[in-house]
Design a protein around this ligand. Structure first.
Ligand SMILES: Cc1ncc(COP(=O)(O)O)c(C=O)c1O
Length: 368
C-alpha cells in the first residue's frame, strides 16, 4: 500500500522511502546460484570497475551497509588515534553517530566549527588549524577535515568552495573527507561530474551514499589515492563490514549506477524539494530557513499550522524552537519516491491551516 493509499504523506526523511524497483529487481536477479563469498563474486568485481569509470580514476572502494560505517571507516584511514578531525558543528559525524568516528579511529577527537547551514567557512578552518598548530602537543592535531555534501541543512558546496577547503587542508598536510550520504543530490544540483566534485577538488576519502536515494542498504567507502588506503581492507573486516554474501550489496550499487538511476532519482528528489519550497515560501507566516539546493526543506510556521498538518497525517521532523522564534523548526525531506500530489497536498493543507489560523499575506484577519 502506498503512503497516499494509506492516507499518510511522509516527509520525515529520505530513509522512509521504499527500495527503488530497479534495485529490488537487481537483488532478486543476483539471488540465484552459488558464487564466491566475501567480495570475490562477479558483482563486486564489476562494481569496482564501474566506480572507476564513474569517477574517471583509479580508486579503492569497499561497500558497507550504513552511512555511519562508511564515515567512520573512511575517517579511520586518514586520521591517527591521536589526531583530530575538523568538521562543521552540526555534521552527522559529530552529532548523530554515537561516537562511531571516535570508536573506529580508536580515539581521534572531533572539532566542530560553528556554521549555520552546515557549510564550513574557509576562513574559520584556516584560523582553527593555525591555532591548533600553535597549541602543539597540548591538543590533538588536525589530520582530517570532513565536509558533508549536500549538508545536513540541505545546501550544497560548490566546487570552488571544496577546492578552497582542500587547498588549506593540503597545505597543512591534512586529508579531506566528504560525507556523501546525499552525494547524488549535491551532484545533480551542481551539474558537474563526480570527479569534479571529489578528487579533482581535492577530496581524498568519500562516503558514497545510496540508501537515501533508492538502495535498500548500501554505501561505499572510497579512497582516491591507492597509496593511502591505511589498512582499509583489514579495518573493513575487523569492523564486521565484510559481508560474506557481498554480492547483495554490490548488486544494489551496480543497479544504482546503471542507466543513471542515481542521477534520475536525485533529480526527482531535488525537484520535489524545489516544488515544496516554492509552495511554502508563497504562504505568509511560513519561513524557509535556508536556500533549498538539494532535497531538504527547513521551515518555521505557527503551532496551529503544525498541528493541522500533523492531524492531516503529514509526517515530518520537528526540531526545537525555530531560529525566528515563530514556532518549531520543521524539516521536510523529499526522495525519489515523493510525488507531486503529495507535495501539493502539503502546500494546500499548510495554506488552509494558515487561513483557518487567521494569518494570510502577513495580515491577521478573522476566519470567515
Ligand atoms: C549527512 C548524513 N551522513 C551520514 C548518514 C548515515 O547514516 P546511517 O548510518 O543512518 O546510514 C546520514 C543519515 O541520516 C546523514 O544524514
Amino acid at each position: 500500500m502506498t503512503d497516499e493509499e494509506n492516507g499518510e504523506w511522509n516527509f520525515a526523511s529520505d530513509n522512509v522511502a521504499p527500495v527503488a524497483p530497479e534495485i529490488m529487481a537487481a537483488i532478486v536477479e543476483s539471488n540465484s546460484g552459488s558464487v564466491s563469498s566475501y567480495g570475490s563474486d562477479p558483482w563486486s568485481a564489476k562494481l569496482t570497475a564501474r566506480l572507476r569509470e564513474v569517477f574517471e580514476t583509479d580508486l579503492v572502494a569497499y561497500p558497507v551497509a550504513t552511512g555511519t560505517a562508511a564515515n567512520a571507516l573512511a575517517l579511520s584511514v586518514i586520521t591517527p588515534s591521536y589526531g583530530s578531525i575538523i568538521c562543521a558543528q552540526d555534521a552527522h559525524i559529530n552529532t548523530d553517530e554515537c561516537g562511531a568516528p571516535e570508536f573506529y579511529t580508536a580515539g581521534a577527537k572531533l572539532i566542530g566549527l560553528p556554521s549555520t547551514d552546515g557549510k564550513m567557512s574557509v576562513d574559520l578552518l584556516e584560523k582553527t588549524i593555525a591555532q591548533k598548530r600553535t597549541e602543539g602537543l597540548q591538543t590533538a592535531q588536525p589530520h582530517a577535515v570532513s565536509i558533508t555534501q549536500s549538508t545536513e541543512w540541505g545546501v550544497v558546496y560548490d566546487t570552488a568552495h571544496i577546492t578552497a577547503i582542500s587547498g588549506i587542508a593540503a597545505a597543512n598536510d591534512i586529508s579531506l573527507h566528504m560525507d556523501g550520504a546525499r552525494f547524488a543530490n549535491g551532484l545533480v544540483r551542481l551539474g558537474c561530474s563526480p570527479a569534479e566534485m571529489t578528487w579533482k577538488a581535492g577530496v581524498d576519502a568519500l562516503s558514497f551514499g545510496a540508501t537515501k536515494n533508492g538502495a535498500m542498504a548500501a554505501e561505499m567507502v572510497i579512497i582516491f589515492d591507492r597509496g593511502r588506503t591505511g589498512g582499509l581492507a583489514a579495518r573493513h573486516k575487523r569492523a564486521g563490514h565484510l559481508w560474506s554474501k557481498a554480492r547483495f550489496l554490490s548488486a544494489q550499487l551496480i543497479a544504482y549506477l546503471e542507466n543513471d538511476l542515481w542521477l534520475r532519482n536525485a533529480a526527482t528528489s531535488n525537484a520535489m524539494a524545489q516544488r515544496l519550497a516554492r509552495g511554502l515560501s508563497g504562504i505568509a507566516g511560513v519561513h524557509l530557513i535556508h536556500p533549498v539546493q538539494a532535497n531538504q526543506v527547513f521551515a518555521t510556521m505557527p503551532q496551529a499550522a503544525i498541528d493541522a498538518i500533523t492531524t492531516a497525517r503529514f509526517r515530518f521532523a520537528q526540531w526545537t524552537r525555530g531560529p525566528l522564534g515563530e514556532g518549531a523548526l520543521l524539516r521536510f525531506v523529499t526522495s525519489y519516491s515523493t510525488t507531486q500530489s503529495a507535495v501539493d497536498a502539503l502546500i494546500s493543507c499548510t495554506k488552509a491551516a494558515m487561513i483557518a489560523n487567521g494569518t494570510v499575506a502577513g495580515i491577521k484577519f478573522e476566519a470567515i
